[in-house]
Design a protein. Structure first.
Length: 353
């Protein structure tokens, strides 16, 4: 692996994500920026001690550079999984490069999601502060400030609901109605608790009471909401109290940012990190974690049976009939082994790549 190889990888990366996000960089500047991230990857993966924070930093760096499209992330992870093994070259003794690359992809996604979430929450905070400033200005110039507030409120891509301390929604914008698939005006008069699933309502009502009573200054976090058809919507929620002239709670302002696509992407990447992509079986990492948990809860005298199976002549099938036939064989064997285990307390995993 040479510096030229790394630069070629960076150019391929730049071509893959071109047009997925608006970034104010010239092509050469973009390649140079990505080359620095490639250098971080090729340093972290084969290191004697694998530093998981390296992947998180790479994901956060992409968001900081304004690569904020999920399409950018998916193309980046696909390139890393497909091409990074080729860039790293031969195996290192005692180092599972394939497992580390999969872990690196998951860490990049986690760092990307965390940075994107913080960016979204900061934007929500800016909207809240803008709305609060507009409301204070209304005391001095009611007509002008109300017009400004309405513009922020109705044009915001973030869903906003204004409710009474009792929970009754008195106003919401179109973005919130679109997120939850309600008709215009249908949310007004409903209780905030109706936005949550039946199992979460009691806990969320307690959180809102803590907010109103001043035990918590703010309600912020990731929560599942409920669409009008009952389907879940994952959202970043940010709720604050707007006090009256006597500093008593007058309104609750709840802002909702739909992150369902990001949530599904995280779940998919988590699955890819712990499961073999070809057979769908738990991979080596998942197996070792599960084995440690099993051994930890068993008595020292307990017996655990481990069987390591190999497919004789598998390379001959791949070379003679093609990789598709080899993949089909792996799938068939995986399903048959799962059938053997059945409902017994056992696990079938694929340890090799």
């Amino acid at each position: 692996m040479t510096r030229t190889d790394q630069e070629a990888f960076a150019r391929r990366w730049a071509e893959a994500i071109a047009g997925t996000s608006y970034v104010s960089m010239e092509p050469a500047e973009l390649v140079s920026h990505l080359a620095g991230l490639v250098d971080a990857m090729v340093t972290a993966v084969p290191a004697p001690e694998f530093d998981r924070s390296a992947g998180c930093r790479i994901g956060a760096d992409l968001v900081a550079a304004h690569f904020t499209s999920t399409d950018t992330l998916s193309k980046t992870l696909a390139l890393i999984v497909d091409r990074l093994p080729e860039l790293l070259g031969s195996q290192r003794p005692g180092i599972d490069l394939a497992g580390r690359i999969a872990q690196l992809a998951g860490d990049i996604a986690a760092g990307y999601a965390a940075a994107l979430r913080e960016r979204s929450l900061d934007e929500q905070d800016s909207i809240y502060r803008a709305a609060l400033r507009a409301r204070k200005q209304a005391e001095h110039a009611l007509a002008s400030s109300e017009a400004q507030f309405r513009q922020v409120f109705y044009s915001s891509p973030v869903g906003v609901a204004i409710s009474e301390p009792t929970g009754k929604i008195i106003q919401c914008n179109r973005s919130l109605e679109d997120i939850l698939d309600y008709s215009p005006g249908e949310l007004v008069g409903r209780d905030l608790s109706e936005l949550f699933s039946a199992g979460d309502r009691s806990a969320m009502q307690e959180r809102y009471l803590d907010l109103i009573d001043g035990r918590n200054p703010r309600l912020r976090g990731r929560f599942p909401l409920r669409r009008v058809d009952g389907e879940p919507v994952w959202a970043n929620l940010d709720t604050s109290v707007l006090p009256d002239a006597d500093s008593e709670p007058r309104y609750l302002v709840t802002m909702v940012d739909d992150i369902t696509d990001l949530q599904l992407l995280e779940q998919r990447l988590q699955h890819q990190t712990l499961y073999d992509l070809q057979t769908g079986l738990p991979n080596r990492q998942f197996f070792l974690i599960h084995l440690e948990k099993v051994l930890a809860r068993l008595e020292p005298s307990a017996v655990v049976t481990l069987l390591h199976l190999d497919l004789d002549g598998f390379s001959a099938i791949n070379n003679g009939l093609g990789y598709r036939a080899g993949d089909e064989l792996l799938d068939v064997v995986a399903r048959r082994l799962e059938g053997v285990v059945g409902d017994r307390p056992g696990m079938v995993a694929r340890l090799g790549a």
